[in-house]
Design a binder for this molecule. Structure first.
Ligand SMILES: C[S@@+](CC[C@H](N)C(=O)[O-])C[C@H]1O[C@@H](n2cnc3c(N)ncnc32)[C@H](O)[C@@H]1O
Length: 287
């Protein structure tokens, strides 16, 4: 079951709720997650920047850096990969997180296709945890890993992973062609998501893995504001819930061919929204 947190719960409360949920009837558990969701519907236009700093709020980097040693430990041996970079996901047995990582393993295997080196760009890649996942999944491969994120996140990422390349300005990436570009739960944080997808697509040398995308099926794209207290982030930020067909059409227009679609068990309930979100992924190939 996915880790959809409850609004108003701090990180410890969210951990307790996740543990207690296995004893709750599914209907009650879903209703609680809907009723107390961290997301609030905000209309069909991007709102003004949030006052709390949005993704630049210092608590986000702090919480992820604090969680980093545990994430590394959870990836060390041959145990299950039900792990996450998200603070509060302390174990390695979360089935939803396991699905996220094994879906990535599929995308990586398609991109590798037996090769021993792979260049990767992780767009909105945080501290670069997908590099840790990549090495745990394919230990013999040499990954040339680039990560684009905000300046404070990149600075922390450089300290933790000196052998990765962190970029806090997308202009540094212009002209690069990467074997695999990943955008996991990040495209929906860009106001001009179509323009961002165009920029990303221009850097795809082979494969694009759009993962953990906030999607709806029927409704037109809309915006929600999230207050991510359960992860220990003391801020709020807007994000799109994108229409699935709209995403596929935009990707097709950039010359990308869909190779596989993925489903994730992250229930992103949005209070007052015309449709509830679903976490989807898409593996595209550039012919
Ligand atoms: C939900 S996290 C996803 C992290 C990771 N890709 C994953 O799925 O596990 C979103 C990431 O996008 C980054 N981000 C948000 N807005 C950004 C921007 N304008 N430029 C670069 N990165 C941004 C955040 O700092 C954060 O690391």
């Amino acid at each position: 079951v996915s880790p959809q947190p409850l609004a108003g719960l701090n990180a410890a409360g969210a951990v307790a709720f996740r543990a207690a949920r296995q004893f709750l009837p599914p209907l009650l558990s879903d209703w609680l997650r809907f009723r107390f969701s961290e997301f609030t519907f905000a209309g069909t236009a991007w709102p003004r920047p949030p006052s709390g700093g949005g993704w630049e709020h210092e608590s986000i980097v702090e919480a992820q850096v604090r969680h980093w040693p545990l994430l590394k430990r959870n990836l060390e041996d041959a145990g299950p990969l039900g792990v996450s970079h998200l603070p509060g996901h302390d174990g390695r047995a979360d089935v939803s997180d396991h699905n996220i990582i094994m879906s990535y393993a599929y995308a990586l295997a398609r991109a590798l296709s037996g090769r021993r080196t792979l260049s990767v760009l992780d767009w909105g890649g945080g501290l670069g945890h997908y590099l840790l996942y990549s090495r745990a999944l394919f230990p013999g491969v040499d990954f040339q890993y680039h990560c684009l994120d905000l300046p404070a996140m990149c600075a922390a990422g450089r300290r933790l992973q000196p052998d990765a390349c962190f970029h806090d300005d997308a202009r540094e990436l212009v002209g690069l062609k990467l074997d695999l570009v990943i955008s996991s739960s990040s495209l929906h944080y860009f106001e001009d998501w179509r323009g961002t997808l165009r920029d990303i697509a221009a850097m795809v040398g082979g494969w694009l893995y759009l993962s953990r995308l906030q999607c709806v099926e029927q409704a037109p794209a809309f915006v929600a504001v999230q207050r991510p207290r359960s992860a220990g982030y003391g801020t709020s930020y807007p994000s799109w819930f994108l229409n699935r067909r709209g995403v596929l059409a935009a990707a097709l227009a950039e010359g990308l061919a869909l190779e596989r679609e993925f489903l994730f068990d992250e229930r992103w309930y949005v209070r007052r929204a015309p449709e509830q979100g679903r976490s989807r992924g898409f593996l595209f190939r550039k012919p």
